[in-house]
Every structure is written in structure tokens, then in C-alpha cells.
Design a protein around this ligand. Structure first.
Ligand code: ATP
Ligand code: MG
Ligand code: MG
Ligand code: MG
Length: 562
């Protein structure tokens, strides 16, 4: 590629609106240009690097047995209403209308679409397990788009979805993705950690985030200095796991006579109770038990829980819809199993226990007079929101340290949250209809690119890891008017290109100082300077990472570079 006509405009000054290094360098090296807030064009250099990251992601996904497909970015609101997320997702969802007044969203994620695709075309256990993925532009109306493509409103994501017939199958699919992610970020050269994460409004339980360690990271990781414990401190008590014994539970009163209420009475109850902090209660509505957890001030994606209730109250009438409704409540508590294990889906579960009441996995029953500290013991880690550096690690091993991280990937066990809500069923070996067990797995491809630059740069510019560099070699003839230099530069360009290396040649009539500054700013791994010794066939090779230079004869160039 000839630099004279290549669109990679460099800037000498640091753009005033760019706060973090990767954003500054992506602008200064001509990788991106802003179109409007949180919306960017990728110029050729930016796109070349992005394609390299994308290729790594694709290779590792394929290697893990995932199948690539492509789903629409435009999603009809009906899909989101079916899953209960049209309201719950909040203002981050970009909404639009067609000419007939039908509502749509620009996909921020694709659980709804993939679930319907698989629902309609996979009917039997024989086809499962299956993991599908796509690499596609996503849209999120972020409250605060910032740091360039690190938090933008339109960005490239790889999203994968697994479908299994058992919990063990899901565990296996999840582990495969976890490994693929580890390979991907390792191949990108990144210093990262996989940490325990928040299951948020997605209704899942087991989840990890892949965090690139960086001072500008918006997440704080609490990790132990002497074990593998690492968690995002935003997880709050979501990952609290309780331990109890059969014996303890047996002493509790298992009741099956909760109060009967009409739907209107429940509505009224919610109106009053939602102002209080945490409350859980069991009702019978139309002969069906409804365990309601209320937390007035809980915020998920900018929507207050109160809005969720307001929006969904009408659907409490049937059992089916009640289930659906409960699942749209952040913090819906799963059943407490009589065998002594508890499925705690979110922090509100504590609310359920505080109030001395919680559900059971026996129909129409729940426990009363349950006391959290007495009957349920925290077996894993507790509320990390208040954890401090220097505290003992929740796993009992070592001391807590903090580090900032950028979330580049997220793996998530969804369970049957979407398959049940949207009817993605399969026939098992015995001809029984069962909901598929799902997982979802995302990687921010554009964000990963920025995170790489955040970790690989110096004061002169980017220092590309070889795996993702837009060009492998930068040939810089000092003076293009010198016939010998021009010829040797072109000869080397042809030779290296034939070796399948990607080469940029600076054929511009610029001063050497300008060319070198730009070369350092672009930061390709190797610079080959063609100068005075061109007549002897000798060039200077400079390694961007170390600054090391050495003179080599053209016939030794390839060998030396390797
Ligand atoms: P964040 O906590 O940073 O808002 P998220 O948890 O909302 O991210 P996910 O829903 O887990 O994001 O999406 C999967 C991946 O997509 C994230 O791990 C991240 O790498 C990327 N991503 C999410 N939001 C953005 C964004 N606004 N700009 C760029 N990449 C993003
Ligand atoms: Mg987000
Ligand atoms: Mg997150
Ligand atoms: Mg996430």
C-alpha cells in the first residue's frame, strides 16, 4: 500500500475531547473519525486492525465448534415483548418505527432473535448441543458514550448462544467458550483476567467477565493476592451463595396457605410496598402462587423496578404469564430446593430471607420464619460492594487487592429464561417436551481493539502486537527523489509482499522527521528505512517495541525480520 494515497491522516496535537490514550491515539494515527456522539467511522487503518481481531475471534469460535451465522440488526418489538425485555431494557434500546407505525429496535444483543430461530427449526435432542454465533454491529444508546470506541453507541460485537439439553451440557458449552475467550485475548497479546461477574437483569447465575487490566477501566476488580479469586466489585451480593442443610430446613415451617388476593389487590399491594426497600411476599392469585419480591429503589438499565411492575401487572392472571412476569423482575428468586440447595438468582433473595419467607420447590409451598444467618450460611463470597483493599479474601485465602479493568468479554449461563418465555422446546429421548438450556457469550470487538492500544503504546504512538497489526512492515525511503532509494524501497516492497507480509510504503515527498514521527505514531512492528546506503543494498531495520536498530543487507532482510 502506498502511503501517498492511503487514508490514514495523522494529527500532531492531542485532540482536546479525547480523555484516554487509546482514544487519542486512534484519532491521531487516523484509525477512526467521529461522526456524532458515540458513533464512529473506521478509516482503513482502523478497519485493518479490527479485521485482524475479528479473524482471531472467528478462528477460535470455529475451533470451539461454534457455527457462524448472521442475524438482522432490526428487531420487531413483538420479540422483545415476548421475552419481557421491551420495557425492562430501558432507554439503552434504540427504538424506531416503520412507515406503518410498527415498533422496532436496533439490536443491542440477540437473545430474542436467536431463541426464535432455534425454536422454529430445532425440535429434537438429536440436533443438540449447538452453539451459534455472529459478528455484527450492535446498537446501544449509552447514557454516557465515551472514550472513543471503548464505549460507543454503535460497535462491533461477537455474540454467541449455546443450546443444551442438560445443566452438565451447558457447563460444557460454557467452558468451551471460556477457553476460546482465553485463547482469543491471549492471542491479542492482552494482559487480562477472567472475573466473577454480575448476572444483572439477564436472569442468569453463572457468569464471568474478561477484563483487560488498565487504569482507565470503568470496572474495579477485587482479587486475592494468593488465590485465583477475582470478581467485579459491582456484583454486589449477586454472587452470594448460601449453604444450608436438610436438617435446618426441616425445622422450618413449610406452609401452603398463603393469602388469597385478587389481581387488583396485588396491584394495590405493589403500589404501596414498592416504596419500601425490600419485601417479599407470597400470594395466591387465581389459585396460583405468586411470590413477589419488591425493591423500590432498584435500578436496572435506568428503569426503576416500579416501572417494571407498572408495565407488567396485567399479566399476572395466568400461571404461564405469572412465571414470565416474575422473570422480568430483577432479583426474581428461584425455588429453594428441599434437598437443601438454594438457587439464588440475585440480591433480592436476601430480601426474601430477611423477611423470613422464601419459596420452595414443592408446589404451592414456601418456608416461613426463615432466618438468613441462622438457616442459610454464606458459603461463597459476600457483598463485594463494601469490600476494601486489604480485607481478607472471601475465599479465605490471602488479602484483597484492587485493579481497574475494561470489560472486553462476557460469558453467561442463561438457563431457560428465554427458552421458557419464548417457547424454545425440544423433544427428549422419551418424547417429552423440554425447554432448551441456554448460554450467551459476547465479545466487544471494537472495544478489544481499543483495549489493545490502551495496553500497547508509548509517548510516540501505538506499538502493535504482531497478531493484530494493520501492517507488518513500514518501508520508509528517506528521499523518494533519490532513484536508488526509490528503487530499493520498491524492490523490498515487492519482495515482502510476495512473502504475504502486509507492507505500507511511505512514498510521500515529506521530510524524514515527519515520516519517522508518523511511522512511530502508526507503530507497526518493523520499520525498514531506506537511506544513504541504498546504493550498497543496505537498509536500517527498526523494531518499534524496543527501539532497537540494526543495519542489514537486503538479502538478509527477511531472515533478520523473522
Ligand atoms: P458495559 O458493562 O461496559 O456497559 P455490558 O456488560 O453492558 O458492558 P455486554 O452486554 O456484556 O456489555 O456485551 C458484551 C460485550 O460487548 C461487552 O463485554 C463489551 O466488550 C462490549 N460492549 C458493550 N457495550 C459496549 C459499548 N457501548 N461500546 C463498545 N463495546 C461494548
Ligand atoms: Mg452496558
Ligand atoms: Mg458490564
Ligand atoms: Mg457484560
Amino acid at each position: 500500500m502506498k502511503q501517498s494515497t492511503f487514508l490514514a491522516p495523522t494529527l500532531r496535537d492531542v485532540p482536546s475531547d479525547a480523555e484516554v490514550t487509546s482514544h487519542q491515539l486512534m484519532l491521531r494515527a487516523g484509525l477512526i473519525r467521529q461522526s456524532t456522539s458515540g458513533v464512529y467511522s473506521l478509516l482503513p487503518l482502523g478497519l485493518k486492525a479490527l479485521k485482524k481481531v475479528e479473524a482471531i475471534v472467528r478462528e477460535e469460535m470455529n475451533r470451539a465448534g461454534a457455527q457462524e451465522m448472521l442475524m438482522p440488526a432490526i428487531q420487531q418489538s413483538e420479540l422483545w415483548k415476548e421475552s419481557g425485555r421491551w420495557e425492562a431494557y430501558g432507554p439503552e434500546l434504540m427504538r424506531l418505527h416503520d412507515r406503518h407505525g410498527r415498533e422496532f429496535a436496533l439490536g443491542p444483543t440477540h437473545e430474542e432473535v436467536i431463541t426464535t430461530v432455534v425454536r422454529d427449526d430445532v425440535k429434537t435432542y438429536k440436533k443438540l448441543p449447538m452453539t451459534l454465533y455472529q459478528i455484527q454491529t450492535k446498537f446501544r444508546d449509552e447514557r454516557r458514550p465515551r472514550f472513543g470506541v471503548l464505549r460507543s453507541r454503535e460497535f462491533l460485537m461477537k455474540d454467541a448462544y449455546s443450546f443444551d439439553t442438560s445443566q452438565e451440557g451447558l457447563d460444557e458449552s460454557y467452558n468451551k467458550m471460556y477457553e476460546a475467550y482465553t485463547n482469543i485475548f491471549t492471542r491479542c497479546g492482552l494482559d487480562f483476567r477472567a472475573v466473577v461477574a454480575d448476572s444483572g437483569a439477564m436472569g442468569g447465575k453463572d457468569t464471568h467477565e474478561f477484563m483487560v487490566l488498565s487504569e482507565i477501566g470503568e470496572d474495579t476488580i477485587a482479587y486475592s493476592d494468593s488465590s485465583s479469586f477475582a470478581a467485579n466489585i459491582e456484583i454486589a451480593p449477586v454472587n452470594v451463595e448460601y449453604e444450608t442443610t436438610n436438617e435446618l430446613l426441616k425445622e422450618k415451617e413449610l406452609v401452603n396457605t398463603p393469602e388469597k388476593k385478587s389481581i387488583d389487590e396485588v396491584a394495590e399491594f405493589l403500589q404501596v410496598e414498592r416504596q419500601k426497600l425490600i419485601k417479599s411476599i407470597l400470594f395466591i392469585v387465581d389459585e396460583k402462587p405468586v411470590l413477589v419480591l419488591v425493591r423500590g429503589d432498584h435500578e436496572v438499565n435506568d428503569i426503576k423496578v416500579k416501572n417494571l411492575f407498572d408495565a407488567q401487572l396485567v399479566s399476572l392472571a395466568t400461571e404461564e404469564e405469572t412465571k414470565k412476569f416474575l422473570k422480568t423482575i430483577p432479583g426474581y428468586i428461584g425455588p429453594v430446593n428441599i434437598d437443601g440447595t438454594i438457587e439464588v438468582v440475585a440480591d433480592h433473595a436476601i430480601g426474601a430471607l430477611v423477611n423470613g419467607i422464601c419459596g420452595a420447590n414443592k408446589e404451592d409451598t414456601h418456608y416461613v420464619n426463615v432466618n438468613m444467618d441462622r438457616d442459610f450460611k454464606v458459603s461463597q463470597f459476600a457483598d463485594l460492594r463494601n469490600i476494601q483493599e486489604g480485607d481478607p479474601s472471601p475465599d479465605g485465602k490471602g488479602t484483597i487487592r484492587f485493579k481497574e479493568g475494561i470489560e472486553v468479554g462476557h460469558v453467561f449461563k442463561l438457563g431457560t429464561r428465554y427458552s421458557e418465555a419464548m417457547g424454545a422446546m425440544y423433544l427428549d429421548e422419551n418424547g417429552k417436551n423440554k425447554p432448551m438450556i441456554m448460554g450467551c457469550y459476547g465479545i466487544g470487538v471494537t472495544r478489544t481493539l481499543a483495549a489493545i492500544i490502551e495496553q500497547f503504546h508509548d509517548e510516540s504512538g501505538i506499538i502493535w502486537p504482531t497478531s493484530v497489526t494493520p501492517f507488518d512492515v513500514h518501508i520508509v525511503p528517506i528521499n523518494m527523489k533519490q532513484e536508488e532509494q526509490k528503487q530499493l524501497a520498491e524492490e523490498l516492497y515487492n519482495e515482502l509482499t510476495e512473502e504475504r507480509l502486509e507492507v505500507l510504503i511511505d512514498d510521500r515527498p515529506e521530510r524524514p522527521g515527519v515520516k519517522f514521527k508518523d511511522a512511530d505514531l502508526y507503530g507497526f512492528p518493523v520499520r525498514v528505512t531506506v537511506g544513504k546506503k541504498a546504493n550498497e543494498g543496505v537498509v536500517e531495520l527498526k523494531v518499534r517495541k524496543t527501539g532497537e536498530t540494526l543495519e542489514v543487507h537486503k538479502k538478509d532482510l527477511l531472515r533478520t525480520m523473522k
